[in-house]
Design a protein around this ligand. Structure first.
Ligand SMILES: [Zn+2]
Length: 506
């Protein structure tokens, strides 16, 4: 009998030891974090709840899961080409294709589509599988992404689920006839005369009211539909801004037209806050045209600062660039030596996306110093780098950027394609990179401080974490008045309040 009681007592003690100590008895957030940091299961619970600020490296089409693309395809009566990567196209379905509708309730079709539209079926025993599969997915599901409002609503709901307060989403907003209009600039771009090329685009009407309205209306309609879908429910409080991206694998005059239009749209449309360049950086076209693309950015950057009609709007156009998303073997060694520097010095990048090949750059420490001194943040996407470049663990340069004082912000890149979420990026930062709670908190704060959200910062001295005098004494009338007209500060204020609530638990 006594033995039986002893046994029960032992079980209870053991239970308390395992569950109680980590859940309630450890005082302080950092101490609790340290207690669970090697336990991926408890760590995920902690990190899901942790306020994360913004996700500022996030492609809208890559964020949406294949399941949602399939739903959009079915709703529009679209078709799947099962013999060709389940590529989606408009109905009615030609011979050899099946309706997307059918895939919704057919397990084999469903799984085939999801595997073809993501990197779920991990086959990285081949060096380039992750890279090729990753980039191929966008062509397969692309046409299904017709309902931008639905996509924005899904993005907002996902952000809300994991305590992300702000999304800076990359997408493509261009007039329907951009491709044909860009032809006007083909000769001048080929001749290397960008001023003439710009004038040709202007003459062709790319920047006229109708074309600018087309872009603005696309965004406004998408937001309206998002808001209708969300109502006042989960996700409705997530703030959003957009970054337009040109596609670096297209012919040079098309890229120039895309960049020029993106500048014009960001200058005039408050929802659009910046410009980026996307598509595989190792692609032969991307590699050959890389410097030309930076020259285009340099031309537009200067144009907006020298043309009196544009000067007042120049600050509305922010630049973040995918640069150095490359690794040894993918391109010739020489190709690894200057993309990050060119993005900063020629492309005027205020933030760098990936920057994986930093250790191959010429004068890497000088470049890191420039980034630190100019406050050029590095956007870190750990899952994406592992899947596409197979760079992880101590081969990833995150620790180098951190130790050289370059501000960093974790981003999800393409959670739908990689079938992850933002919490996974935080989880990897701990498990794969050994980051501590304070590092994660710095990332969350950086993702707002270095975001392109309009308005002044909450911080008078960001390094010292001194808030502006108006909000020194808490949420006074003076502080509220400041937050009402400075969106960035308002979201930062909200993050700080959420940290207080989160940290009070321990
Ligand atoms: Zn990206």
């Amino acid at each position: 009998m006594i033995r039986k009681h002893m046994h029960a007592l032992l079980v209870i003690l053991l239970f308390v030891a395992v569950t109680g100590c980590t859940a309630a008895k450890i005082k302080g957030t950092s101490a609790y974090f340290d207690a669970v940091k090697d336990d991926p299961v408890r760590l995920r619970i902690f990190l899901t709840d942790m306020p994360k600020g913004g996700d500022i490296h996030n492609h809208l089409s890559g964020m949406i899961y294949a399941e949602d693309f399939l739903k959009m395809a079915a709703a529009k009566g679209m078709c799947l080409d099962t013999a060709n990567g389940y590529t989606v196209s408009d109905g009615p379905c030609k011979e050899g294709r099946v309706t997307a509708e059918k895939a919704l309730r057919d397990t084999a079709l469903w799984n085939g589509t999801i595997n073809a539209w993501s990197t779920r079926e991990d086959r990285r025993d081949s060096f380039m599988w992750g890279h090729d599969q990753f980039f191929a997915t966008f062509f397969r599901f692309g046409a299904a992404g017709w309902d931008k409002g639905y996509m924005l609503a899904e993005a907002a709901k996902q952000a809300n689920r994991e305590n992300v307060q702000y999304l800076e989403l990359m997408l493509s907003i261009f007039p329907n006839d951009l491709w044909s209009l860009s032809g006007a600039a083909a000769q001048a771009v080929a001749d290397g005369d960008l001023a003439v090329a710009y004038a040709d685009l202007e003459k062709a009407g790319l920047f006229d009211a109708a074309h600018m309205d087309e872009g603005r209306t696309l965004l406004a309609d998408a937001e309206l539909r998002r808001d209708q879908l969300l109502g006042s429910g989960p996700g409705s409080e997530v703030r959003m801004r957009f970054v337009n991206h040109a596609i670096r694998t297209l012919p040079p005059h098309v890229v120039f037209a895309m960049l020029s239009y993106s500048f014009a749209l960001a200058a005039e449309e408050p929802r659009m806050v910046g410009v980026n360049l996307v598509a595989p950086e190792d692609d032969p076209v991307s590699m050959q045209d890389y410097k030309l693309h930076m020259d285009m950015l340099d031309f537009l950057y200067r144009l907006y600062r020298s043309d009196p009609a544009k000067q007042a709007l120049a600050e509305n156009v922010n630049i973040s660039l995918h640069a150095g998303e490359l690794t040894m073997g993918m391109v010739k060694p020489e190709g690894l030596t200057d993309h990050i520097r060119l993005a900063i010095e020629k492309g005027h990048a205020q933030r760098i996306g990936h920057g994986i090949d930093i250790s191959y750059e010429k004068d890497p420490y000088g470049l890191l110093r420039t980034m630190r001194e100019k406050g050029i943040a590095i956007e870190i996407q750990l899952t994406s780098n592992d899947v596409i470049l197979r760079v992880s663990g101590n081969r990833h340069p995150l620790k180098l950027y951190m130790s050289e004082g370059v501000p960093f912000a974790l981003g999800s890149d393409d959670m739908g394609v990689a079938r992850t979420d933002m919490t996974t990026e935080y989880l990897r930062a701990v498990l794969d990179q050994g980051l501590g709670y304070d590092d994660l908190k710095a990332s969350a704060r950086n993702s707002l401080e270095y975001s392109f959200m309009p308005g002044d910062s909450l911080w008078a001295d960001y390094g010292a974490k001194t808030v502006i005098p108006q909000c020194d004494a808490g949420e006074t009338e003076e502080c509220t008045a400041f937050l009402n007209v400075n969106e960035k500060a308002a979201v930062q204020w909200k993050l700080e309040q959420e940290f207080k609530v989160f940290e009070r638990r321990w």
